[in-house]
Design a protein around this ligand. Structure first.
Ligand code: PLP
Length: 472
């Protein structure tokens, strides 16, 4: 019986990565042709170069979501046909993501709101007396959740992969010497820095954690959009990522990995779905993923992530990465030809990285520079400290009290800039957006801004903007 006409554009079964593809064209994304008004008059095609914050939706994901929407229904709580269909879609999305992430027997996949939510969830299930080890180079989402529920050891920013591995090794050894190695220990590490794009040596760090009997969680928010991430291959205990950075901006994220700490802990949220049976003064909690997914599940978000996994696998992650590497080399070569630009690195210019790059421009306040790129060129980048204050301040030469807002005066030549500019791109970025960006940076540096800017509500904005507020 085939009573329902819903036919997913990309069926929910794993796709083989076509490793034979050495490179590929940009993937179609929604909004590729959007034009934006310029403060100087006229308009330009929007160059979205802030993928590290949020990537555009893949056209395939949007097509899948649109095809499903007429059949939308509640998940795990409805007798109707569409509720059953939606429940099935939600659970099959879980299976697709599990396959995409190379889960092992006993691993679970939880749908969350994003990486921040995933890591807070994990922090909430840590056994008592857990000590967490985390590099101070992490995004705040990976730096802060543990402070609420565990003892934390902050590892200094490493200047090489070898130093990162040695520093974790030493910290775990020192902890074992002091406490006998019996207490639960968790290492939290990012796959790729959201500031410099540089890769961390995840496999080696996992080996160190294993050797010391510690567990390890991978923050793959910036890695997953650019490279395959496999729990089994990397030998990490958990992985967390966000749908909106993986071309699936529908409010969902993932925490996947070992089920034991999750099964033993109180539910992350108390409510429907997490509870099996409730009386006036007692509650029996569910087991499995439902235990930590209280409330109505975000089936659209989960399905969108599954669709993105499918689309990226089909396009070939290696081919996508090869294309991004070539584009990144072109970007770096272009910026290298502008002496006023200083790019920020932890491990040095030759280190492996994804297409995320932060820089400062001598003589410019970064926020004013980013505002001018937007208002005068239609190019969207990010400015600030990127929710990684300790790392960015360190890379900029360190004032701990550096203002985080945009209103700081232009850095006089030779003085430290107080925040940075970040350019990032991905599978949907056409070459010409990167070329346009390099051209705009060069022109701004050579000729200066054509408009004046002021600070408003912490953002740097054009003075007397003739375009009025940006709205739909
Ligand atoms: N981890 C890293 C490395 C990130 O770059 C981000 C977001 O920029 C996060 C975690 C938090 O992700 P989200 O805001 O989707 O929760």
């Amino acid at each position: 019986m085939t009573a329902v006409a819903f036919a997913p554009v990309s069926p929910l079964s794993p796709a083989e990565t076509d490793a034979s593809n050495s490179t590929c064209a940009p993937l179609a994304v929604v909004g590729r042709d959007v034009r934006v008004p310029l403060v100087t008059g006229g308009e330009a095609e929007y160059a979205a170069l802030d993928y590290a914050a949020s990537a555009p939706c893949l056209q395939r994901v949007w097509d899948d979501v649109s095809a499903y929407l007429p059949y939308y229904g509640s998940v795990h709580r409805g007798a109707g046909y569409l509720s059953q269909l939606s429940t099935d879609l939600y659970e099959r999305s879980r299976t697709t993501v599990a396959e995409y992430l190379g889960t092992r027997v006993g691993d679970v996949v939880l749908f969350t709101r994003g990486t921040t939510d995933s890591l807070n969830l994990l922090a909430s299930v840590l056994p008592s007396a857990t000590r967490v080890f985390v590099f101070e180079t992490e995004h705040h989402a990976a730096l802060l959740p543990w402070r609420r529920t565990a003892d934390v050891t902050h590892l200094a920013a490493p200047s090489s992969h070898a130093e990162a591995v040695a520093s974790l090794d030493a910290a775990l050894a020192a902890d074992a010497d002091e406490h006998g190695g019996d207490r639960p220990r968790l290492v939290c590490v990012t796959g790729a820095s959201n500031v410099t794009g540089e890769l961390f040596p995840v496999r080696e760090l996992a080996q160190v954690a294993r050797r010391h009997g510690a567990r390890i969680v991978l923050d793959a928010a910036q890695l997953a959009p650019h490279h395959a991430v496999s729990l089994a291959e990397l030998d990490v205990d958990w992985v967390a990522f966000s749908g909106h950075k993986l071309y699936a901006p529908f409010g969902a994220g993932v925490l996947a990995g070992r089920g034991d700490w999750l099964a033993d802990a109180e539910p992350y949220l108390a409510g429907g779905g997490a509870s099996r049976s409730v009386t006036a003064d007692a509650v029996e909690w569910n087991t499995g993923p439902a235990r930590h997914e209280a409330g109505s599940p975000n089936v659209i978000g989960a399905y969108a992530i599954a669709s993105a996994c499918r689309a990226l696998s089909e396009a070939g992650l290696d081919a996508l990465a090869a294309r991004e590497d070539a584009l990144l080399a072109r970007l770096r070569a272009g910026l290298a030809g502008i002496p006023e630009v200083r790019t920020l690195d932890l491990f040095g210019p030759e280190s492996a990285r994804v297409s995320v790059l932060s820089f400062v421009v001598e003589g410019w306040n970064s926020s004013r520079f980013a505002a001018a790129l937007s208002a005068e060129y239609g190019i969207g980048v990010r400015d600030g400290l990127f929710c990684a204050h300790p790392l960015v301040r360190r890379l900029l030469g360190g004032r701990a009290d550096a203002p985080t807002e945009c209103g700081a005066p232009d850095a006089p030549s030779g003085e430290q800039n107080l925040n940075a500019i970040r350019v990032s791109f991905g599978a949907g970025t056409p070459d010409e957006h990167v070329d346009r960006f390099v051209g705009a940076v060069r022109e701004l540096v050579r000729r200066g801004a054509k408009w004046t800017y002021r600070t408003d509500g912490g953002r740097c904005v054009p003075e007397s903007d003739p375009r009025g507020p940006a709205r739909l």
